[in-house]
Design a protein around this ligand. Structure first.
Ligand code: IPE
Ligand code: IPE
Ligand code: MG
Length: 238
């Protein structure tokens, strides 16, 4: 089971309280802890969190700096907890535009948890699905045959993913917007979508459990004719 979350609404949460947007990001980091714990407890195999999009570079410098400071703090403080819970950390996205200290912290967290066989926690940083797909296409163009499986391998490599990324089963977006904002466009081909109004700092384990319960009730058909209680395998088109 692969759950992906677009953690949105930190800025509006803060503005509503007359606080700077960065206060919303700080509060949002607390929700990350809660949801990661809950996901691991519920036996989720892969959890992908959208932390910083390639387009988020367009925000004011101070906000960008605060977001990266929070990311570093999160990785430094949570790596020991992830180790305790056998959670493997994997930061996905571009790495060529990250500051050296951010890169060092990422490499440390990934190295320290590389042997963990529980949930994989993928944190998307400087991520753009369109950019990843374009890069993969550029690599494919240098090869003689064009295979779907090869494309997925390239995608994983481009994203610095530790394994070929499984398709997303459930995509949750907080903050009320109903869009994907360039997140996991390939992997979400058949994802069940769950949009919630709560701002990310107000989201919690209970809301996450509700999303999983709702997911369990959905009938996934993958283009075929449904048989209750049976999820059909996807047709293999090569
Ligand atoms: C999500 O919250 C966090 C990031 C995009 C980094 P926002 O900062 O987008 O919050 P809103 O959408 O402006 O409320
Ligand atoms: C998507 O949220 C990116 C993250 C949550 C990291 P944005 O707030 O950046 O996206 P838009 O601008 O609403 O599409
Ligand atoms: Mg937003």
């Amino acid at each position: 089971m692969h759950v992906a979350i677009i953690m949105d609404g930190n800025g509006r949460w803060a503005s509503q309280r007359g606080l700077p947007r960065t206060a919303g990001h700080r509060e949002g980091a607390k929700t990350v802890d809660k949801v990661v714990e809950a996901a691991a407890r519920r036996g989720i195999d892969t959890l992908s969190l959208y932390a910083f999009s390639a387009d988020n570079w367009g925000r004011p410098r101070g906000e960008v700096a605060a977001l990266f400071a929070l990311l570093r703090r999160y990785l430094l403080s949570q790596t020991p907890r992830c180790l305790e819970r056998a959670i493997r950390i994997n930061v996905v996205g571009r790495r060529d535009r990250l500051a050296p200290e951010v890169l060092r912290t990422i490499e440390h967290s990934e190295g320290a948890t590389a042997h963990c066989s529980g949930m994989t926690l993928r944190i998307a940083v400087d991520y753009s699905a369109q950019h990843s797909m374009l890069q993969s296409c550029r690599r494919m163009a240098l090869e003689s045959s064009i295979e779907r499986s090869r494309f997925k391998e390239h995608l994983a490599e481009v994203d610095h993913a530790v394994t070929v990324t499984p398709d997303v089963d459930l995509l949750i977006r907080t903050g009320g917007e109903k869009r994907l904002s360039d997140f996991l466009l390939w992997e979400c081909a058949y994802a069940e979508l769950c949009f919630v109004d709560a701002f990310w700092p107000d989201y919690d384990e209970l809301a996450f459990a509700e999303a999983l319960d709702e997911f369990a009730k959905r009938e996934r058909r993958f283009g075929q004719i449904g048989t209750p209680g049976r999820v059909p395998a996807r047709v293999n088109h090569g």
